[in-house]
Design a protein around this ligand. Structure first.
Ligand code: PEP
Ligand code: MN
Length: 365
């Protein structure tokens, strides 16, 4: 490990940092006369980087190759996360689709049938909604969980739903196949540790102002608790321009695929904030290497109780699936599918790829 120390350190400062290095089992040597470049050698130890990074005499960790963290790839193959018929990682990708929030049993079952036919293998839908305003719709809670359970029984789709409060983890665990941790909760360690304990896969959304490193350190909480089934979800970060709701960080998607062994899922809906841009961002996410998509779908966006403007139609979700399949095939990858009757094939021809997409509308679609 290579550390750059601050300048103007006292003898006591050197004693302190060398004492910690010794305690961690490292041999040390200074690489320059001014004693600012400190090389540490020894057995790789998880946690060593954090201990040194936080020390006041360390200006920067220049190389941490022998202080591994659990998310790091270090030559490992992709971690494959399997959930019922869905698989994320290696050469497999999956589509998660459904409403932003669960609104009624009838609407949920109708959307579940439609996204299943389009090629999704997992159904999303919030029972507990993390809203910016306490006055906005907060989700239907326990009732919605029961409908998600029923939707799974009817369709065979696995369930992805958000948990906001560590006190709700056990009741959400009874229903969900994947815990969603929302952008607003990404760095909330007690929640991460509580969901990790259950042992089910965790879809961890990147905080809207989190660096890629902060995102990975949040994932590290789940991994360090002994749960390796983490799906990293890039959902756009806050930018200066409100043309789109957030800025989809496709560069981070490509970087995460190199730097970690964890599967990456792209959420084009919360990145775009408007339905007509969602298919393009979905294509970009898969092309950048994502192992899956999570997309919001609603047949009547004007009736949606949250995020209606970014919900795509049934026709669009089928097309998004078809386009994802076509892009994955270029890489020798496939989109997972449910056993049983084949999904309605959407065809990604040049013609329909270029067809203009309408602004979000409120008519029946
Ligand atoms: C959602 O998935 O509906 C949601 C609230 O997402 P995010 O946490 O990314 O804002
Ligand atoms: Mn939403």
């Amino acid at each position: 490990m290579l550390l750059r120390l601050r300048t103007g350190l006292t003898g006591l400062d050197y004693d302190a940092i060398l004492g910690i290095a010794k305690e961690l089992g490292y041999e040390h040597r200074f690489l320059d006369e001014a004693r600012t470049l400190l090389e540490l050698r020894g057995q790789p130890r998880a946690g060593a980087r954090g201990r040194l990074e936080e020390n006041a005499v360390v200006a920067q960790v220049l190389d941490s190759s022998d202080a591994p963290e659990l998310h790091e790839r270090r030559g490992r193959p992709d971690t494959l996360v399997r959930v019922r018929s869905a698989a994320f990682g290696r050469s497999q990708a999956s589509l998660i689709a459904g409403p932003c929030a669960v609104e009624s049993s009838e609407r949920l079952f109708e959307i579940a049938d439609a996204v299943r036919a389009a090629g999704a293998t997992l159904l999303r839908g919030g029972a507990f909604k993390p809203r910016s305003s306490p006055h906005s719709f907060q989700g239907l809670g326990t009732e919605a969980l029961a409908w998600l359970d029923e939707a799974r029984a009817r369709t065979g789709l696995g369930v992805v739903t958000e948990v906001l409060d560590p006190r709700d983890v056990d009741r959400v665990a009874v229903v969900t196949d994947v815990f969603q941790i929302g952008s607003r909760s990404m760095g909330y360690a007690p929640l991460l540790q509580e969901v990790a304990r259950v042992g089910k896969p965790v879809l961890l959304k990147r905080g809207m102002a989190a660096t890629a490193r902060e995102f990975l350190l949040a994932a590290e909480y789940v991994l360090a608790a002994g749960n390796e089934q983490v799906l990293l979800c890039e959902r756009g970060i806050r930018g200066f321009d409100n043309t789109t709701r957030n800025v989809l960080d496709v560069g981070a998607v490509a970087w995460l695929k190199k730097h970690t062994h964890l599967p990456v899922v792209v959420d084009p809906s919360h990145a775009a904030g408007r339905a007509d841009l969602v298919p393009a961002l979905a294509r970009a996410g898969i092309a950048a290497g994502a192992d899956g998509l999570i997309v919001e779908v609603h047949p009547r966006p004007c009736e949606a109780r949250s995020d209606g403007a970014q919900a795509v139609s049934y026709a669009d979700i089928a097309r998004i699936a078809a386009e994802a399949r076509a892009i994955l095939a270029l890489d020798g990858r496939t989109l997972s599918s449910l056993q049983g009757p084949a999904p309605t094939p959407g065809t990604a021809t040049d013609d329909n790829r270029r067809a203009p997409r309408k602004e979000p509308a409120c008519d029946v679609r």
